[in-house]
Design a protein around this ligand. Structure first.
Ligand code: PBG
Length: 322
């Protein structure tokens, strides 16, 4: 045997020479957080370690995250049912939960990168990302509303606007509206290839945001497809997106790889609630060694092509890597 691949694995330093993907670091992680209007933090049953945070809880959690080396958070609102409406008006209320949370964070930590989610589902009495009419999700009417939501977030100080709704044309419309108000520096992180996935279940528990009727298959992508993701990426790029996201992450590494090869834009991947729940549950049962399994899952996402990873494990992973 003249070729022995094991020679390149014989010591830690030789493995470091030959490591093909490196740079999994806390700086690449974004920490998604749930906020609500109540004065206590309420744990999310299907996501042990995660909670719907009060205003005070949010500041405490972000303080801890910064100490752990995490510099970016992404906010999701859990609204009471009586604040939800068919058109999700609360999404662009300047005094709403998200604008207030963003301002509070930016006032305390100007350097913190605050990412906000654009979509109607947390605000919609139908539990859909867009406006529903006779069982259909209206595209262009929804885009007009999402533009208002994005502007509201930018005015509150959001650094990065992340549309997760999967309506056609929303990136371009949001870009134009942001530029029109002088927010040229606000970035757009587009959920480019967001699949109609079963792995969002625990997130929908956290926000009580499951669709009241139907599913999201007429706007989120079909899990059988990957060429379609490349097409979505091209459109988002033409419309002015700064970063493109694949979601979920672990089950869609081939999609990340395909996008890595087809665009020069930086890529993000979202290790979603169901991926977190699986890792957490198996670890709590003693069936997986949590630290190594989680770091491996993140390393795999990085290897496939992600520059930025959204993960509920952000704080723990940062501590493990330190
Ligand atoms: C909806 C949205 C979802 C997630 C982020 N934004 C759920 C959905 O599309 O139903 C899921 C995130 C997760 O599961 O962690 N706009």
């Amino acid at each position: 045997m003249r070729s022995r691949p094991r020679r390149n694995r014989k010591s830690a330093l030789v493995r470091a020479w030959t490591a093909e993907s490196s740079g999994l670091s806390a700086a690449r992680l974004v920490y998604p957080l749930f906020v609500h209007e109540h004065s206590a933090d309420v744990p999310v049953g299907s996501m042990p370690g995660c909670a719907r945070l009060s205003a005070e809880g949010l500041l405490r959690e972000v303080d801890g995250a910064l100490e752990d080396g995490i510099g970016a958070v992404c906010l999701f609102p859990a609204l009471d049912e009586d604040q939800k409406t068919p058109r999700g008006e609360e999404a662009s209320n300047p005094e709403g939960l998200i604008p207030r949370s963003v301002s509070a964070l930016k006032a305390r930590w100007p350097e913190l990168v605050v990412v906000t989610d654009v979509a109607l589902d947390p605000y919609s009495s139908d539990g859909h990302d867009g406006i529903v009419s006779a069982g259909r999700i209206l595209n262009d009417e929804t885009v007009a509303v999402l533009v208002e939501q994005a502007l509201c977030q930018a005015r509150a100080g959001a650094d990065v606007i992340a549309p997760s709704d999967m309506m056609d044309g929303r990136v371009g419309a949001i870009r134009d509206a942001l530029d029109g108000e002088g927010f040229e520096e606000v970035s757009i992180l587009s959920y480019t290839a967001k699949y109609a996935s079963s792995f969002y279940g625990p997130f929908r528990d956290a926000l009580d945001s499951a669709p009241k009727a139907g599913d999201k298959k007429t706007y989120q992508m079909d899990p059988r497809n990957v060429r379609e993701a490349v097409r979505e990426a091209r459109l988002d790029e033409e419309e002015g997106a700064d970063l493109l996201m694949v979601k979920p992450a672990g089950p869609y590494l081939d999609v990340l790889r395909a996008l890595r090869e087809s665009t020069e834009l930086p890529l993000a991947a979202y290790q979603v609630s169901g991926e977190y729940a699986m890792l957490k549950a198996a670890s709590q049962a003693g069936w997986l060694e949590e630290k190594s399994a989680v770091l491996e899952s993140l390393q795999a996402i990085r290897r496939a092509g992600a520059d930025v990873i959204l993960t509920y494990y952000a704080r723990q992973a940062a501590r493990w890597m330190a």
